[in-house]
Design a protein around this ligand. Structure first.
Ligand code: SAM
Length: 447
């Protein structure tokens, strides 16, 4: 564990996902009749406005995306005038959101496969059920080789994927970051902390509740103060590269979901000029540098993220003449590069979530198209582009590839798909909950 002073900017919450700005990132409630495809003309107007505001405000403030934790439709909390007792909240949630909670219910009309997996000793015993599911999650990660000698940053519990809807646990060396987005998780906080603290190697726990999502569930914890942490950063290793993780940083502090995709970049970078757009703490850029890139530049609008990225250059003893990070807006940077005819062999584009929900998909897809068209224009003919979308709505719609194709037409370039991927394998998905699929990652050749 290392201690580092949190920068002024960080304290201001630029990177913090604990208090995501709803007005900044999420379209407001859309009223009025809807057509069969789910949107009226008025909706479409609002969607366009909301989505444009998302990206524009991101550019202006260099702000961070809210947690990628899935949101579950409109909340019952919106109607609650005063906070009801916790049991009442849970009962309401259970009634109204059967789908979400069915992962936790022992008795439900599941299919035979599910019934066969159930352990009768867990029936109506929440502690035992939690113990069984957490231990099964640990076993799964062991079978995936996590942690390993060169990776100690990984996802231990992936919500529905581990049959613990609303609970995410990321392990960063000896720290477990627990992200809660369901009332039941808050209710069983002590039990969860106890069980997670028993996982091999864990000696600190950081609890990061999604205050806004919990409010939608009818649980207002905005007054609740988390106990002060003894540390604000931790050093981790991923694929043999060392990272400083801020425990107040975006999402849980580190994007473990891109681990396998970053590794691919390290294999493709030898002697290449690499541009990492929306680089956060430098994940793709550092892999490119380790892979022998000739020159690497990372761009991000968040100063706090770039403080980490710059620390990471030093921690990995990389040649500072070859790797650098620049604070700025990705669109402005690409437009500047195009006007100066600057090109890269390999470009990575990993923007924040631009389609926080289905209703803004249309306008968000316009933003993805424009960004990708710019990114393609800064790739040398015959070079590579790794492009990503972390919007569940975009990934599940199956529209991302079409959007990429639209971008290629806009840029006057021809692309071919070389690889298609999602989140790393420690982010399991239950096929009964396809909404768990959020990350799209395409590797393209840009002719
Ligand atoms: C999904 S994260 C990128 C994760 C990163 N690629 C990694 O591997 O860790 C998106 C990043 O985009 C940055 N960002 C948001 N708006 C931006 C903008 N207008 N220009 C550049 N970066 C932006 C955020 O600060 C955040 O670090």
């Amino acid at each position: 564990m290392t201690k580092m002073q949190i920068s002024q900017e960080n304290q201001a919450g630029e990177l913090s996902s604990a208090k995501p700005s709803k007005t900044l990132w999420c379209a407001g409630p859309i009223k009025g009749p809807t057509n069969r495809s789910g949107g009226s003309r008025a909706d479409i107007h609002l969607q366009a406005r909301d989505s444009a505001a998302i990206w524009a405000k991101t550019q202006a403030r260099g702000d961070a995306a809210p947690s990628r934790l899935r949101r579950h439709g409109t909340g019952i909390g919106a109607r609650a005038r005063q906070v009801p007792p916790l049991q009442e909240i849970l009962l309401r949630s259970l009634r109204r959101r059967y789908r979400r909670f069915r992962f936790l219910l022992f008795v439900h009309p599941g299919r035979p496969r599910r019934r066969a997996q159930r352990d009768p000793t867990c029936a109506l015993n929440m502690e035992r059920l939690l113990e069984a599911r957490i231990s099964s999650a640990v076993g799964l990660r062991h079978s995936l080789g996590l942690p390993s000698a060169d990776t100690n940053a990984y996802r231990l519990i992936n919500s529905e994927g581990d049959r613990l809807s609303g609970l995410i646990v990321d392990i960063f060396a000896d720290v477990a970051v627990i992200a809660s987005s369901a009332a039941w998780v808050e209710k069983y906080r002590q039990e969860i902390q106890f069980l997670v603290s028993k996982v091999n190697g864990v000696s600190h726990i950081k609890w990061r509740p999604s205050t806004d999502i919990l409010k939608e569930e009818g649980l207002d914890i905005s007054e609740h103060k988390e106990p002060a942490s003894t540390c604000s950063t931790v050093k981790v290793m991923e694929n043999g590269i060392v990272y400083l993780v801020s425990l107040e940083g975006q999402k849980t502090g580190f994007y473990a979901d891109q681990r396998e995709n970053r590794y691919i970049i390290s294999l493709l970078s030898k002697d290449q000029r690499v541009l990492d757009l929306c680089c956060y703490s430098g994940g793709f850029a550092l892999n490119a540098a380790k892979g022998g890139a000739d020159n690497v530049i990372g761009i991000d609008s968040s100063g706090s993220a770039l403080d980490l990225a710059n620390e990471n250059i030093v921690l990995n003893e990389l040649n500072q003449g070859k790797v650098s990070f620049v604070k700025g807006d990705a669109t402005t940077f690409m437009k500047g590069a195009i006007s100066e005819n600057e090109l890269w062999d390999l470009v990575i584009l990993d923007p924040p979530k631009l389609a926080p929900r289905k209703k803004v998909l249309q306008s968000a897809s316009g933003m993805y198209r424009s960004l990708n068209a710019l990114a393609m224009q800064v790739v040398k003919p015959g070079g590579l582009l790794m492009t990503c979308s972390c919007s569940g709505a975009m990934t599940q719609s199956g529209m991302f590839l079409k959007t990429i194709q639209g971008a290629a037409s806009m840029a006057g370039r021809k692309v071919t798909v070389l690889r298609q991927a999602g989140a790393a394998c420690d982010h399991p998905i239950d096929p009964a909950y396809p909404e768990g699929q959020y990350l799209s990652n395409y590797l393209l050749r840009v002719a």
